[in-house]
Design a protein around this ligand. Structure first.
Ligand SMILES: [Fe+2]
Length: 225
């Protein structure tokens, strides 16, 4: 299934990756305020928000890792003259990875202590990481997608899109949260495509438990303070 059934079936549908980018853009824009809204010493709420931040860092890492593993090598082979552009993408991934590396221990410490100073530090790091991320996603959509359209087959593109979920940890809970954040940011046609492409087991889990779990999870997360 494709998002746009009327689109050219013999060309990669790059909008499929935009669906993931939209979820990342939305969640990373929300997180600094979610962290700052936790009252000093509220360990229950800090644990919840920290847990969400960790799941989104894993989601981001998995997405980038799938590009590092599958997309860049394919493009380097097909378009050797674009090596500098691929290098630019790798450098941008490196900046995002550095942010993830800084944030991981800070989030772990804050989940325990819920102290204000660490919350402020995390919010600043998340904001810096989000700036790098948004610049990278913009550049990828503007400069890499045209190369994908020109040089990759539909099957090759699908191998890129399918690699992301493979890079995620095998935690049913994180799986359900990831499905939820993607569907939250997607248009109806994008949501229908994403849901249709889920493995059969994940579809059943989402229908039976995931959807209601994510609704409660998301409501708790957006309740200020
Ligand atoms: Fe991407």
């Amino acid at each position: 299934m494709r998002i746009d059934p009327n689109g050219p079936g013999d060309t990669p549908e790059v909008q499929q990756m935009v669906v993931i980018h939209k979820a990342l853009r939305r969640q990373f824009a929300l997180m600094p305020d979610q962290v700052l809204a936790v009252a000093d010493g509220d360990r229950t709420r800090a644990a919840l928000v920290a847990d969400h931040a960790r799941s989104q860092l894993l989601f981001l890492h998995a997405h980038h890792h799938s590009e590092d593993e599958v997309l860049w090598p394919l493009l380097v082979r097909r378009t050797p003259l674009e090596r500098d552009l691929i290098q630019e993408m790798e450098t941008q991934h490196g900046a995002v990875d550095a942010g993830i590396t800084k944030l991981t221990p800070l989030i772990a410490a804050w989940a325990d202590r819920a102290d204000r100073a660490t919350a402020v530090e995390i919010a600043a790091e998340l904001t810096a990481l989000t700036d790098h991320l948004v610049a990278h996603l913009d550049a990828e959509e503007a400069k890499i997608f045209p190369l994908v359209l020109e040089h990759l087959s539909v099957a090759e593109w699908e191998s890129v899109v399918e690699e992301g979920p493979r890079q995620m940890p095998s935690s049913p809970r994180i799986g359900m949260v990831t499905i939820g954040v993607v569907l939250d940011a997607a248009s109806p046609a994008e949501a229908a495509w994403f849901h249709d492409n889920l493995p059969a087991k994940a579809k059943i889990a989402w229908r039976l438990l995931g959807r209601s779990y994510y609704r409660r999870y998301s409501a708790k997360l957006t309740t200020a303070g």
